[in-house]
Write a protein that binds this ligand. Structure first.
Ligand code: UGA
Length: 439
């Protein structure tokens, strides 16, 4: 109390504003006023500490906003410092004449790993970004990361929603291109965890574009859309000119929204943007949530596998596309991307806006995929034929690729039999020795 008195007595009145009055009533008012001031400044102090420790761009990223995203760990390691910056510069250094400098988001993902490795092999500068979430076994992502680090590609561990980090990366490196592959993938999981699709495929995309539009020079952007935007269309093969306004899953709806968002950023800010509609990409280092992958695992385990069929025993088919073909399409898109035209957040002229199908042009029924796997694995599958669930799946996909062929020189060369053979070889070497558990 005496300490309090000391504080109160020494609280200076603002000169010229208050006349010092010694009456008990005014002393009480002064006491209340000073207490209010004390509380106010204490709150400001606590607030400053909060801002400094939890919102600082150079501390861990904003995990709190993602806490509602069950099954995802958005853990990000702290970053900053000269050693960290050196690693980034080294990874992003262009080592060939006419090379490009690419920030690859989702670099520890299936397509991201293959694209990053291919860019690095040609001497381009590559920096990866990934949040290593646990949508599927993160140890597989870590193994891909090891692979990339060995070839000189560093992956910064953070979420695309961490705008401060994205800006920092652009301060360190002048990326000529952004290959935006980070996304919440999977058609059926969207019913389980819808907010993760909004977080990554909508909010995340907007953040990436926001940063890209405001840096100088603006990079050109190539990003992953999806064949699922064709939704319930029945006209085949799917052409880029077809309608895309009847998505069958929230996943598809977020990818379609992404295409519209891309249009806006191209229109307002002059960003050069290319969307790639991938058709069921498969291959070594693939995604364990995809059918070909978990069919392989379950056939080997002797577990039954659910094979979907449409009404009246209609076949469900996919235009399965091998990863190496997709990588060529991605590189083709990067190499033919024109420069963005804006600067200082302002558009200076019309910029390139493109969308391409990257498929294989030969759909295969899922039951045939299983037959190929049976032969390769030399194990008979326990087939459990089921009705196609109404949770996002469409009956078939089939790409018309003439546009990608013409503009990107895209020409898929791997049929499903050949591609699955390579996948199975990888699968057995990665999981087959019993050291790693298949999740
Ligand atoms: O092409 C695309 O745009 C999409 O391709 C895949 O989606 P999907 O084609 O549904 O791939 P899978 O989940 O591997 O399914 C492949 C086929 O197997 C069928 N399937 C799936 C699961 C299952 O238990 N049984 C089954 O028969 C599906 O109906 C589908 O026809 C990816 O998961 C998406 O991220 C991607 O965007």
């Amino acid at each position: 109390m005496s300490q309090m008195k000391h504080i109160i007595d020494n609280t200076p009145s603002t000169p010229g504003k208050f006349k010092i009055d010694k009456s008990p009533y005014n002393r009480l008012i002064r006491l209340q006023f000073s207490l209010a001031k004390l509380i106010f400044w204490s709150l400001v102090f606590v607030g400053l500490i909060f801002v400094f420790f939890y919102r600082s761009p150079l501390s861990s990223s904003h995990v709190s906003e993602s806490s509602d995203l069950s099954r995802r760990s958005l853990r990000t390691s702290s970053y900053g410092g000269p050693a960290w910056e050196k690693k980034i510069k080294n990874s992003a250094k262009i080592r060939s004449r006419n090379g490009i400098c690419v920030l690859v988001t989702g670099a520890a993902g299936f397509v991201g790993t293959h694209v990053s490795a291919a860019l690095k092999r040609r001497g381009d500068g590559v920096l990866g970004l990934d949040n290593f979430n646990d949508y599927y076994d993160p140890s597989l992502k870590r193994a891909r990361q090891e692979l990339l680090e060995r070839s000189g590609v560093h992956i910064v561990e953070s979420d695309i929603n961490d705008v401060a980090l994205l800006k920092k990366l652009f301060e360190i490196v002048q990326f000529t291109h952004v290959m935006h592959l980070a996304a919440q993938a999977g058609v059926r999981y969207a019913m389980e965890n819808p907010s993760s699709y909004v977080h990554s495929n909508i909010a995340g995309l907007v953040n990436v574009l926001e940063v890209c539009k405001s840096v100088n020079p603006q990079p050109a952007i190539v990003w992953a859309s999806s064949s699922s935007v064709y939704g319930l269309n029945t006209k085949v093969p799917f052409s880029e000119r077809d309608r895309t306004d009847q998505p069958a899953s929230l996943y598809a709806a977020t990818k379609k929204a992404g295409e519209e968002i891309a249009h806006t950023y191209n229109h307002i800010y002059g960003l050069s943007i290319t969307g790639l509609r991938f058709f069921t990409v498969y291959g070594p280092w693939g995604r364990p949530d995809m059918a070909y992958f978990f069919f392989t695992r379950d056939i080997l385990k002797g577990k039954s596998i659910p094979i979907f069929e449409a009404a009246n025993h209609g076949r469900v088919a996919r235009d399965f596309t091998y990863i190496d073909d997709i990588v060529k399409g991605c590189l083709g898109a990067l190499d033919t991307a024109k420069k963005s035209t804006g600067s200082g957040g302002k558009k200076k002229g019309p910029a390139q806006l493109r969308v391409f199908n990257l498929g294989n042009t030969s759909p295969v029924p899922v039951s045939d995929l299983v037959s190929i796997l049976e032969k390769l694995l030399k194990v008979k599958a326990k087939r459990l034929v089921m009705k196609l669930p109404r949770n996002g799946d469409v009956q078939f996909t089939h790409a018309n690729i003439s546009s990608a062929q013409k503009e990107l020189g895209y020409k898929p060369t791997t049929d499903l039999q050949t591609g699955l053979k390579k996948f199975v070889r990888w699968y057995l070497s990665y999981y087959g020795n019993g050291k790693k558990s298949v999740q």
